[in-house]
Ligand binder design. Structure first.
Ligand SMILES: NC(=O)c1ccc[n+]([C@@H]2O[C@H](COP(=O)([O-])OP(=O)(O)OC[C@H]3O[C@@H](n4cnc5c(N)ncnc54)[C@H](OP(=O)(O)O)[C@@H]3O)[C@@H](O)[C@H]2O)c1
Length: 287
């Protein structure tokens, strides 16, 4: 599948999300030349069995990258690996839970052994839940923080030695618009995603002079299995979500969010580090 088909495929998801075709066509920029920004680069992605991570795995591979990715659901992981190969790309799924140090160490190790080095890490795996602080359990709090913060710490801990050995590279962390502005009942999620900004900023200073850039992608509402689960697949809730986006009045596709991740992970703007890119369709623009 070439890049144009890939983008078009993304837009059919946009159509599902109610995106008018004229806007789709504009967003796709169908006449743009095929980009190969990751030719010969090795990319690690956490949480690529579905949603944004899966779209990013396909897009990195489409641009020439060799992609090693993880997630816990083996069947889905194998399917993504198959899709990458079907589009002529190179990728490998390795089952790993981001909260488990041994699994993360072994995942990173296996990818580097297979492809010989590491250039880019997209630490994207995450979980969400809502509930007032006095109502959520310690287990729920730890589940969210273990996945969203400890998981990213572990990933970076094992990836950084390889990026240092490589003489540089790029790390992108998936936070959320909740790291900018949040909603009632989002304490566990918002606090975990805000922690990633601190992590990225300090790491950007610690490793900038070693040629490693570290940035955060803060997605707005994106049409993924996570979003669908949160709406209970209710049409009314999906429409309500679109109405919340004051700017574009639609939710993002996973492919659009992946494009933002690829931009941060690329050398399109080598001066960007220690920052967060809010990709929210204008949702946070108003009062
Ligand atoms: N969708 C949105 O509206 C939205 C908005 C803002 C931010 N985000 C963030 O975007 C990221 C991707 O979410 P998504 O919307 O694409 O949801 P998704 O489709 O549910 O994808 C989440 C991914 O994370 C993986 N994951 C979760 N826990 C894991 C663990 N312990 N170990 C390994 N992998 C794990 C899942 O894989 P397995 O289940 O196979 O392990 C899955 O591949 C998350 O960090 C999320 O917080 C999403």
């Amino acid at each position: 599948m070439d890049r144009r088909n890939f983008v078009t495929k993304g837009l059919s998801a946009a159509a599902v999300a109610g995106l008018p075709l004229s806007v789709s066509a504009q967003a796709a920029n169908d006449n743009a030349p095929v980009k190969r920004r990751f030719e010969g680069k090795v990319i690690i992605i956490t949480g690529a069995t579905s949603g944004i991570g899966k779209a990013a795995a396909l897009a990195f591979a489409q641009e020439g990258g060799m992609v090693g990715f993880c997630g816990r659901r083996e069947e889905l992981g194998k399917e993504v690996e198959k899709e990458i190969k079907q589009q002529g790309g190179e990728g490998i799924y390795i089952k790993a839970d981001v909260t488990q140090p041994e699994e993360m160490a072994s995942f990173v190790d296996k990818v580097v052994k297979r492809y010989g080095k590491l250039d880019v890490a997209f630490n994207n795996a995450g979980e969400v839940m809502f509930g007032k602080l006095h109502e959520i359990t310690l287990e729920q709090w730890e589940w969210i923080h273990n996945t969203n913060v400890r998981g990213v710490f572990l990933a970076m801990k094992y990836q950084l030695p390889h990026l240092l050995k490589n003489g540089g590279g790029n790390i992108v962390l998936t936070a959320s618009m909740h790291s900018v502005s949040t909603r009632p009942g989002a304490a566990a999620y918002a606090s975990s995603k805000r922690a990633l900004l601190g992590l990225a900023q300090t790491a950007a200073m610690d490793y900038g002079q070693e040629g490693i850039r570290i940035n955060v992608l803060s997605p707005g509402i994106t049409d993924t299995p996570m979003f669908r689960r949160s709406t209970g697949d209710s049409k009314e809730k999906v429409e309500n979500a679109k109405a919340l986006v004051d700017g574009l009045k639609r939710i993002a596709t996973a492919e659009e969010m992946a494009e933002a991740a690829l931009f941060l992970a690329s050398n399109d703007c080598p001066y960007i580090t220690g920052t967060s890119l809010l990709v929210d369709g204008g949702m946070m623009s108003g009062l």
